[in-house]
Design a protein around this ligand. Structure first.
Ligand SMILES: [Ca+2]
Ligand SMILES: [Ca+2]
Length: 214
């Protein structure tokens, strides 16, 4: 290999390490959604839904998430809490698949995912059933003490079980709760909607999934 080609190879190698995968538009480049909202949608897709990192969401991801959540809580297989979690999660998956899997291949792709949330952003007062079920499920999972509010430790416990840095989760909670010690279910609902529709990076709802910036 001559020096020029060697230089090109090194440069290409460096570029692929330094430039983020979505720099040139990524999988959603043809969609009329702002870059800020695309980043948020892809983040939730990859971190909270595509648990086995296959590039799509399907039932296997939900089965893995059930195991993750139940082991975090210390709920053994076939215990009532395990079975309740299993039923809720599978119902959420069925609801998501029925609404988002438009080509009916049993997988929800990044494009199908973003299309569905873009529709939500245009009519957030009328969410889909699975979206409401998932939001409530997340709230109940985070509210491990069951007192109707989420505090910083509860929030950090759940978010970090999805592989997030606990320190960043704590900062995200503080930004989301805006100085309050806890977030009620009603506040959670408003913050949740804001995550999916907000175009303003300083809105508190942007931090509801444990990340401090996009
Ligand atoms: Ca997957
Ligand atoms: Ca599909």
């Amino acid at each position: 290999m001559d020096t020029l080609n060697y230089g090109k190879t090194i440069l290409r190698d460096m570029m692929t390490r330094v430039i983020p995968r979505n720099f040139f538009g990524g999988p959603l480049r043809n969609m009329p959604i702002s870059e800020f909202r695309k980043k948020k949608l892809l983040y939730v897709f990859h971190v909270f839904f595509d648990v086995n990192q296959s590039g799509t969401i399907d039932r296997k991801d939900f089965e893995l998430a059930i195991e993750k959540i139940c082991s975090l809580r210390g709920w053994p297989r076939d215990s009532p809490d395990y079975n309740k979690t299993f039923e809720s999660m599978i119902k959420i998956w069925e609801g998501l698949k029925n609404k988002a899997d438009s080509n009916k291949d049993g997988q929800v792709s990044v494009e199908e995912w973003a299309t569905m949330w873009d529709e939500f952003s245009k009519d957030s007062e009328n969410p889909l059933d699975w979206q409401v079920q998932y939001m409530r499920f997340m709230f109940e999972m985070e509210d491990s003490s069951g007192d109707g509010a989420i505090d910083i430790d509860e929030f950090t416990g759940v978010c970090s079980c999805y592989g997030l840095d606990p320190q960043e989760c704590r900062q995200a909670f503080q930004k989301m709760a805006q100085g309050q010690p806890s977030v009620s279910s009603q506040q959670f609902e408003e913050l949740w909607k804001q995550f999916f529709i907000s175009e303003n990076p300083s809105d508190p709802g942007n931090f509801i999934f444990g990340k401090t910036s996009f």
